[in-house]
Design a protein around this ligand. Structure first.
Ligand code: F6P
Length: 423
């Protein structure tokens, strides 16, 4: 029987809860045992401190034939752990991770149908996330592999951004070596080593940045874009009232997708994105464009700056700098608005419920169909179709974009990102 665990990692994004819900429910429908791992890879490294206690945490039993008994499942599985994940008194450890009393020392938790009830519309990630430093070490990954084997989990779904999926790819590559080390040091038996010889792992891209190669859209990006769009509408009315200039800094790390699409959907006079820096000196080019717009009668100016923006020599361009240029060279009454984490939190828009649900189904199918010779997949979407992409290819291509930007080969970066759209 397949035991599937799902974790969310890196920066949270709207739609991550819908991923967990889809994986858990489709997993149950397909006859699997389903688990969540709290606090991302950090929880995988920590594992459960109660290994002698083999009783599942979940109060529900999973003996029904789920193919035919969905209504019964809904009626019967009423005693889940969903509320424990959300509420309860507890402690905060030295790394700021909060733990309810019941889940203290338990990072890998069996969950049932009801545990994920009403998760579709919740923002953030209810199972917690972290940017785990320990998982970046070999020792950490060894502990993570041991915990998976000890808990009997043979399939893993990771939902996170490019860093988290790179981590998943490293884990996948190292897996045979991790298993043989665990066998040698006596942490697992030879039966376990045989049973867990291959790691079944699949990645789902949860990130507001939409920075993963080989997929058109990442989970959470549409919601973040919607937030920015609403912020632009709000800014516009006050900007027009005062005839002011606003410089809006948006997230996206090294990717300009949010900034670019915000400019398309909200309207902007000028835009700075990492993939296509303005020609030097950017100050002159920007002032010329804005002067033309003002001469044509515009009462407001909006400049969008991606947080990873830089000039053609890779010197960062920050919103405050842009504001100073607008004030000093054009005499515009200027303000900076940094949207920050308001872009990331809050309820997912409809598309960030649909995409994770469809991709969650595909993730479970990919795990069930996995054989030792099939590659580990990342689930993506291209031209409105849910697709499987070899994880290693997506990770390598994403790295190639970053490398092209570092080498100032912006044309290459653009062509690797999404040529048609950026042009
Ligand atoms: O990757 C998602 C993201 O929101 C980026 O856009 C941003 O640069 C970063 O995470 C912020 O990270 P943190 O929440 O750790 O400050």
């Amino acid at each position: 029987q397949m035991k599937i665990a799902v974790l969310t990692s890196g920066g949270d994004s709207a739609g991550m809860n819908a991923v967990v819900r889809a994986v858990v429910r489709i997993g149950i429908i397909k006859g699997c045992e389903t688990y969540i791992i709290r606090e991302g890879y950090e929880g995988l490294v920590r594992g459960n401190t109660h290994s002698q206690d083999t009783k599942p945490l979940c109060k529900t039993e999973f003996t029904l034939d789920y193919q035919v008994a969905i209504p019964q499942v809904i009626d019967n599985l009423r005693f889940g752990y969903g509320s424990l994940l959300k509420n309860g008194e507890g402690d905060i450890d030295e790394q700021g991770i909060a733990t309810t009393k019941t889940l203290k020392g338990k990072y890998i938790v069996r969950v049932g149908w009801d545990d994920v009830r009403s998760w579709l519309s919740e923002g953030g990630t209810l199972i917690g996330t972290a940017r785990s430093k320990t998982f970046r070490t070999h020792e950490g990954r060894l502990a993570a592999a041991r915990n998976l084997v000890l808990e009997g989990i043979n399939a893993l779904v990771v939902c996170g951004g490019d860093g988290s999926l790179t981590g998943a790819d490293v884990f996948r590559q190292e897996w045979p070596e991790l298993i043989s080390t665990l066998l040698k040091n006596g942490s697992i038996t030879s039966e376990d080593a045989n049973a867990y010889a291959h790691l079944k792992i699949v990645g789902l891209v949860g990130s507001i940045d939409n920075d993963m190669a080989l997929t058109d859209l990442t989970i959470g990006a549409p919601t973040a874009l919607q937030r920015i769009c609403e912020a632009i509408d709000n800014i516009n009315s006050t900007a027009i009232s005062h005839s002011r200039a606003f410089v809006l800094e948006v997230m996206g790390r090294h990717c300009g997708w949010l900034a670019l699409l915000a400019a398309v959907s909200g309207g902007a006079d000028y835009l700075f994105i990492p993939e296509k820096p303005p020609s030097d000196p950017w100050e002159e080019d920007m002032c010329q464009v804005i002067q033309q717009h003002r001469a044509a009668g515009k009462r407001k100016t909006l400049v969008i700056v991606a947080e990873g923006a830089h000039d053609a020599s890779l010197n960062p361009i920050r919103a405050e700098q842009v504001k100073t240029v607008l004030s000093e060279r054009l005499g515009l009454d200027s303000r900076v608005t940094t949207l920050g984490h308001t872009q990331r939190g809050g309820r997912p828009v409809a598309w960030d419920r649909i995409l994770p649900t469809l991709q969650g189904v595909e993730a479970v199918n990919a795990l069930l169909e996995a054989t030792p010779s099939t590659p580990s997949y990342m689930i993506g979407m291209r031209e409105n179709k849910i697709i499987r992409i070899p994880l290693v290819e997506a990770v390598n291509m994403t790295r190639a974009v970053a490398q092209a930007i570092n080498e100032k080969d912006f044309e290459k970066a653009m062509s690797l990102r999404d040529p048609e759209f950026i042009e």
